[in-house]
Design a protein around this ligand. Structure first.
Ligand SMILES: Nc1ncnc2c1ncn2[C@@H]1O[C@H](COP(=O)(O)OP(=O)(O)OP(=O)(O)O)[C@@H](O)[C@H]1O
Length: 198
């Protein structure tokens, strides 16, 4: 699997956010998207996900490329349990309840959330919630995972765990593109794409 960005550019009205951005990412690569605030990292992720059409250039990816997205602020349903957050997408994809729960429990244990399966989302710490979002993204078996600032507002220990989890996704052959200001995340990546040369 390969993702290619060819001479991408984007403007909002008359304001050029970035231009002439080209790169390719292959399966099993974890790439950092770096650049100052406002340089267009989140916008580029939206373009790569297909939810925003670039003003210029094009994105080339296989038609069956499954895209997962983990946002900067973990979005969960406050009353729902940790287990529910991982089980529901599996049920939506046609899994039976018992099978979905088995899969979900396995993934949660791997993400060090096994003790929290019955806790409501609202009781999670920032790091736990971020790991849960990554666990949920994993269950959709993405080929490409777009991650926006996963360690913002996390303490060093939680951030290190999130970095570890991202590395394990890469090791499973997922293409991981992570927008980040965090040098620890940058160092864990194979290389960086730099935004900001408008
Ligand atoms: N829908 C929109 N309409 C107009 N301007 C927008 C829109 N979305 C983003 N922008 C502007 O585009 C620029 C790039 O925003 P973006 O969120 O992509 O930057 P970023 O590099 O991800 O920033 P940060 O590091 O602060 O998250 C910013 O100046 C932002 O205000």
């Amino acid at each position: 699997m390969r993702l290619e960005a060819e001479k991408l550019g984007h403007s909002f009205g008359d304001v050029v956010i970035f231009q002439d951005v080209s790169f390719a990412i292959d399966s099993g690569e974890m790439v950092a998207l770096r650049g100052p605030s406002g340089s267009g990292k989140s916008t580029l992720l939206s373009i790569l996900s297909g939810s925003v059409t670039p003003t210029r250039g094009r994105v080339i990816r296989a038609g069956d490329c499954r895209v997962g997205w983990v946002f900067q602020n973990p979005h969960g349903v406050s009353r729902r349990t940790v287990l529910d957050h991982v089980v529901l997408p599996l049920l939506a994809r046609g899994a039976r309840r018992a099978e979905a729960e088995r899969t979900a429990r396995g993934v949660l244990a791997e993400f060090r959330l096994g003790e929290l399966t019955d806790s409501p989302f609202r009781s999670l710490s920032g790091g736990e919630a971020q790991r849960l979002m990554l666990a949920r993204a994993l269950t959709s078996s993405p080929d490409l995972l777009l991650v926006d600032e996963p360690t913002a507002q996390l303490d060093p220990v939680s951030a290190a765990t999130v970095v570890q989890v991202l590395g394990s996704l890469r090791d499973r052959g997922v293409m991981v593109l992570v927008a980040t200001h965090d040098d620890r995340v940058g160092e864990a990546c194979t290389r960086s794409i730099h935004m900001g040369n408008r």
